[in-house]
Design a binder for this molecule. Structure first.
Ligand SMILES: Nc1ncnc2c1ncn2[C@@H]1O[C@H](COP(=O)(O)OP(=O)(O)OP(=O)(O)O)[C@@H](O)[C@H]1O
Length: 267
């Protein structure tokens, strides 16, 4: 089992000691509009990195380029030694809108099983893998329910289980907790930290919430400027394990929070 204390992969030049993703000279334009320019950084294996920046800066565009959903205009993204041209196996994506990502006519179990059909597993293996992933997110007692019978937070846990069932090396999440209430959000943040520690996966997460970015991250990637580049790749040197009340009460948490706030505000 990995612990958060071993997961601080940052190097001063934006590199990582054991990189799972390398981003080199990444840039992108929509027509004449230049959105991203000259991004160079690495994501360490097992690292949790949050991407922050003002609205419209290019966070989603960056995630799309990193996952192979969008081909960047310039530069390259290398995942486990292979240049990404399309969404690779070993990389799972979780979006904000769980209500549109789950199939309402399928049970919780079948929603998690569905994408495993292309994974070359037989029916019994698919079910076993899906049940393991549902246990990981604490939903073993709800496998026969339908998504519409669950709360928003539980539905997002199903979406996370579906991503985990693939046994990905990297999970990419775009504002995954933005549509739930504050308490559920805190619970899902802690679930993500537990799952990351337990499975040793790498997580890249876009968020507008500065507290969330500091609380979750090993490093925070702050985007800024027009076109956007890396304003800073900030190492979060908070002790592990993180805990909602005691971690957020630390003076260092407040310092880091102000630092990230300033990075986002001073565009
Ligand atoms: N498909 C597209 N075609 C043209 N312009 C786009 C497209 N997608 C995004 N843009 C523009 O590119 C810029 C960056 O958008 P993006 O969605 O990546 O930013 P963001 O930081 O994720 O924004 P937000 O925080 O508001 O979600 C914005 O100005 C947006 O209007």
């Amino acid at each position: 089992m990995k612990t958060q204390t071993t997961l601080n992969k940052g190097k001063p030049d934006g590199g990582a000691s054991d990189p799972v993703m390398r981003i080199r000279g990444l840039g992108h334009s929509y027509g004449e509009r230049r959105v991203l320019e000259g991004l160079d950084f690495e994501v360490g294996r097992g690292e949790l990195m949050c991407v922050v920046g003002p609205s419209g800066v290019g966070k989603t565009t960056l995630l799309e380029c990193l996952t192979g959903l969008r081909r960047p205009g310039e530069g390259e993204v290398v995942f486990d030694g292979q240049r990404i041209e399309a969404p690779p196996r070993g990389l799972a994506i979780v979006f904000q809108d769980y209500s549109r990502s789950l199939m309402p006519w399928l049970s919780v179990l079948d929603n998690v099983v569905l994408p495993l059909r292309s994974a070359g597993l037989d029916k019994a293996e698919r079910e076993r893998t899906a049940l393991e992933a549902l246990a990981e997110v604490g939903l073993s007692d709800f496998t026969g329910h339908y998504p519409w019978q669950l709360s928003g937070g539980m539905q997002q846990r199903v979406a996370i289980a579906r991503a985990l069932a693939y046994r990905p090396a990297v999970v990419v999440m775009d504002e995954p907790f933005a549509s739930v209430d504050a308490q559920t959000r805190a619970d899902l943040e802690d679930l993500l930290l537990r799952v990351r520690d337990h499975l040793g996966i790498t997580v890249l997460l876009v968020t507008h919430d500065i507290d969330e970015a500091v609380y979750l991250s090993d490093r925070v990637l702050a985007l800024g400027g027009k076109p956007a580049g890396i304003r800073e790749l900030l190492t979060v040197d908070l002790p592990a394990p993180r805990e909602q009340v005691s971690t957020k009460a630390l003076p260092r948490f407040a310092e880091l929070r102000s630092q990230v706030y300033r990075l986002i505000r001073d565009v």
